[in-house]
Ligand binder design. Structure first.
Ligand code: SAM
Length: 234
């Protein structure tokens, strides 16, 4: 379970709201039961329920189970897509180990606002399910042009280009310890955007097979391929 409070052996914390409801009413845990907590700072800890109330739980932190693990240094830059699909994309990218989620507004992005609270909640829930102890960073949306202007020197940008490119497994096999994947919106990139992205020295136009994938499918396929070739699936 993710908790905002910093965790330390012997500390006690009080949970209420959704967390208390989950432990008390969904898992129906009573005093004495043990749970695993993580705070996205100090790793995963074993905690014991000291008092179990309907709306409030008091827990005592017992011991650290594992440190906060390093996650593969992969950023996922994606044009926000419609609700449902974007929720699924965030959940899958979190499960697959993405370090940073960067919603990016492109010319054909049809979504006019991104609900970051909802996406953060999805990401936390996915991290709890897949037992990540480090949450992905979730950025506020940024325009593509601004993102390209500030792009870091040392980070390869695999640009999933539906109009064609080097097959991603080949491009990723060249090794890219710090990388990013860029996925367009339902309507794809404009020619001007394609030219601006390809003008970036760090950009690599990549293909994800011969078919036109939905943006969320392309995101998950690209992340999985990068993780399997340049990342760490040991
Ligand atoms: N409307 C565009 C078209 O029909 O050509 C397709 C956009 S596609 C639905 C959304 C995004 O997924 C694209 O911008 C691209 O980033 C990625 N994508 C989809 N299929 C791809 C492929 N075969 N190779 C590389 N990227 C792909």
């Amino acid at each position: 379970l993710f908790v905002e409070a910093p965790l330390a052996a012997g500390s006690t914390l009080t949970l209420d709201g959704a967390s208390a409801n989950y432990l008390g009413n969904v898992l129906r845990l009573a005093a004495g039961a043990q749970v695993k907590l993580f705070d996205d700072v100090s790793g995963e800890w074993l905690a014991e329920i000291a008092e179990a109330g309907k709306k409030r739980m008091t827990l005592t932190v017992v011991e650290q189970l594992r440190p906060r693990e390093p996650v593969p240094d992969l950023w996922l830059v994606f044009a926000p897509i419609k609700r449902g699909a974007i929720d699924w994309l965030v959940e899958k990218a979190t499960e697959l180990g993405v370090a940073r989620l960067m919603p990016t507004i492109t010319h054909r992005t049809i979504v006019d606002r991104v609900n970051l609270e909802r996406l953060r909640a999805n990401s936390i829930e996915a991290a709890e399910q897949c037992e990540r102890t480090a949450l992905p960073v979730l950025d506020a949306p940024e325009k593509l042009a601004a993102l390209l202007r500030a792009w870091p020197e040392d980070r390869i940008l695999f640009f999933a280009d539906e109009s064609g490119g080097v097959p991603l497994p080949e491009a990723a096999a060249a090794g890219a310890p710090r990388a990013a994947i860029l996925i367009g919106p339902e309507g794809g990139f404009t020619d001007d955007e394609r030219a601006a992205i390809r003008a970036l020295p760090q950009a690599r136009g990549v293909a994800l097979g011969p078919r036109i994938l939905r943006a969320e499918t392309a995101a998950v396929a690209a992340v999985a391929v990068w993780m399997a070739t340049a990342g760490d699936w040991s």
